[in-house]
Ligand binder design. Structure first.
Ligand SMILES: Cc1cc2nc3c(=O)[nH]c(=O)nc-3n(C[C@H](O)[C@H](O)[C@H](O)COP(=O)(O)O)c2cc1C
Length: 376
């Protein structure tokens, strides 16, 4: 290995004592490749094993905790005990080269797709007509009842118990990217006048507590619990960095092992408000103040960009999404001193299809996610 990359390969200890072999994190990446009923497919098990092999911490695709929360075709599920057998295969595949395997637990809320849920239902904090990612038509989503809110909180706990039984090293609470937890925090999505609207952080905090209590009951002390959030929304009113400052203030009081920001670009600036123009990652680092590790992410495509991100000091761990989709050996190649062999553009002619599942390869080929390409 080129010596300069050594800082990327230093081990990291999480607050609960769990040790990660390096600072790289496999980002949670929806692969639309589970079986139609949400059980694990052979293709998915092989793909996620490849993607996890170099990193210290590996996250699964968003995995729904209830059938009402299903937001993608081919989405993995952990909504019943019957999913545990397949999830065991996923966890084993992710762990085989030393990564800690984390199940990302998710509910789509208003983004759940009626064509995939029981009785064509979809529900979130407030009624809305919305066009979900990759859908051609908008759908209507109703207001979730208080009873269902309590059931959903319990479902995150049940999902955690199943993750433990499946052999995962931890769970990540998916509070980002406009799904249900994000929706409750967001003034754009949450227009309720009951206690769930008056305190926009309540739903998120109740879920954290439920997950923590479940882990205390069923898991070893080094079971990892992380929380992912999106710091700023485009909508007005929407989540601002001021809202996120309050959210972080509450999250750092919880016994979490890391926070994970969702950013398209690690160095993006605050859009509006009193922090306008300041790098979001810099603010987050300041607000967390070393109380738990922060995973930073966003448009890191080269080893030097990774090094620069870690050396700048605002992130403790570094997430890679598209870089690993293009070359799942990205981390291994740096470690072996072969960084000049990293595949850094999508090549539709490659026979190995970058090692992706067919469904994921097709999404990338159609341009759903912006990636550098050889043919453009
Ligand atoms: C194909 C694809 C699927 C994604 N699925 C998820 C997901 O299931 N859960 C999640 O929190 N983020 C998801 N994201 C966002 C990524 O985790 C990550 O934040 C984003 O790709 C930016 O990182 P990158 O620039 O390294 O790709 C997805 C992104 C891509 C490209």
């Amino acid at each position: 290995m080129n010596k300069k990359y050594k800082p990327l390969f230093e081990a990291v200890q999480l607050p609960n004592g769990a040790e990660l072999k390096n600072k790289f994190v496999l980002a949670p990446l929806t692969h639309v490749s589970s079986n139609e009923d949400g059980t694990a497919s052979d293709a998915e098990v092989e793909y996620i094993g490849n993607m996890s092999q170099g990193v210290g911490l590996a996250l699964t695709a968003a995995t729904n905790v209830t059938e009402l929360g299903k937001a993608f075709p081919g989405q993995p599920s952990i909504s019943h005990d019957s999913y545990i057998e397949g999830q065991k295969r996923i966890a084993r595949s992710m762990k085989k080269n030393g990564a800690k395997a984390i199940l990302q637990i998710h509910h789509g809320g208003v983004q759940a797709l009626p064509r995939l849920t029981p009785n064509g239902d979809s529900a979130g904090p407030s009624p809305i007509t919305i066009q979900s990612f990759d859908e051609t038509e908008p759908h209507h989503s109703r207001e979730i009842t208080e009873n269902e809110i309590e059931e959903t909180i319990k479902a995150f706990g049940e999902a955690t118990r199943r993750a433990i039984e499946s052999g995962f090293d931890g769970v990540e609470i998916h509070g980002a990217n406009h799904y249900i937890i994000h929706q409750f925090v967001s003034p754009h999505f949450n227009r309720r006048t009951d206690k769930w609207g008056e305190d926009r952080y309540l739903f998120a905090m109740r879920i954290v507590d439920e997950v923590v209590n479940t882990a205390r009951k069923f898991a070893a002390d080094d079971f990892i619990i992380g929380y992912r959030f999106s710091p700023e929304e485009a909508e007005t009113p929407g989540i601002t960095m001021e809202v996120t400052e309050e959210l972080i203030g509450q999250l750092v009081e919880k016994p979490l092992d890391y926070l994970h920001v969702s950013l398209g670009s690690l160095h993006s600036d605050t859009r509006a408000g009193k922090y306008q123009g300041i790098e979001r990652i810099e603010l987050l680092h300041k607000w967390i103040d070393g109380r738990m590790p922060l995973i930073g992410i966003g448009s890191i495509f080269t080893p030097d960009e990774a090094l620069e991100a870690v050396e700048a000091g605002n992130v403790d761990l570094l997430g890679l999404g598209r870089a690993l989709l293009l070359d799942y050996n990205f981390v291994n190649k740096i470690e072996d001193g072969k960084e000049d062999e990293i595949i850094n553009a999508f090549d539709p002619e490659r026979e190995d299809k970058h090692g992706l599942t067919d469904a994921l390869w097709q999404q990338l080929n159609k341009g759903f996610y912006p990636v550098p390409r050889t043919d453009k």
